[in-house]
Design a protein around this ligand. Structure first.
Ligand code: C5P
Length: 226
């Protein structure tokens, strides 16, 4: 018997990362950040001489890539990402990677390779996995599926606060809202594994809820089942 898997999907900025990390810590599970994997390949492409729409060259690049993750069970420790021997944990969080990731994540070879790697992590279970297609494609048999959303305005406000606390370069609010919306549209309309709420997922709209309330709710949903 494998240990349980919790799938947490939803659009950018809905609070998935914080919620996933803290739910995992509360339940003694590892957290798998699949967005970090798409970001890693985006960083790879941006740092090569290959154009973002050259799918054949990108397929070649990713087939040769060695992507290693070290998952954590601690809420303050994000996944460490190593690509071809280089630690790129910080480098995958830049605004440039964020702007380009959806175009890379839409490509077949990229999704195929990462799907296999994600499903390997799932063989033993004991994971809270976050992404866009976890409940629909990666782990369709997950024990609990959550679809986490919030209004675009709320998500942009949260992102802006996050950038300020992390001393990141800040982006104008209108611009941030526009970028979040563009990424939603792109991620929901691609042909392979678009972002969707799985039919058996529980939708949580987090406008007006604190992070603590959201975490509490998911932990409760898990505990009534196990
Ligand atoms: O969650 P995060 O913002 O890091 O995800 C970055 C991007 O990676 C998403 O906008 C999406 O294009 C892609 N992604 C995906 N499928 C996943 C996780 C992320 O397509 N399971």
């Amino acid at each position: 018997d494998r240990s349980p898997i919790i799938a947490i999907d939803g659009p950018a900025g809905a609070g998935k990362s914080t919620v996933t990390r803290r739910v995992a810590a509360a339940l003694g599970l590892l957290h798998l950040d699949t967005g970090a994997m798409y970001r890693a390949f985006t960083w790879l492409v941006l740092n090569s001489q290959v154009s973002l729409d050259d799918e054949a060259r990108i397929a070649e690049l990713v087939s040769q890539a060695d992507l290693q993750l070290s998952l954590s069970d601690h809420p303050d420790v994000p996944v460490r990402v190593n690509l071809n021997g280089e630690d790129i944990t910080q480098l995958i969080r830049t605004p440039l990677v964020t702007r380009k990731v959806s175009a890379i994540a839409a490509q077949k070879a990229v999704r195929q390779k990462l799907l296999e790697q994600q499903q390997q992590w799932g063989e033993k279970g004991g994971l809270v996995a976050e992404g866009r297609d976890i409940g629909t494609h990666v782990f369709p048999n997950a024990e609990l599926k959550i679809f986490l959303t919030a209004s675009v305005g709320e998500r942009a406000r949260r992102r802006q606060r996050e950038m300020v606390t992390q001393n990141q370069e800040t982006i104008d609010f209108e611009q941030l809202q526009k970028e979040i919306q563009e990424r939603d549209v792109y991620d929901s309309n691609r042909s392979i594994a678009p972002m969707r709420k799985a039919p058996d997922a529980i939708e949580l709209v987090t406008d007006g809820l604190t992070i603590e309330q959201v975490i509490e709710k998911i932990v409760q949903l898990y505990r009534v089942r196990f």
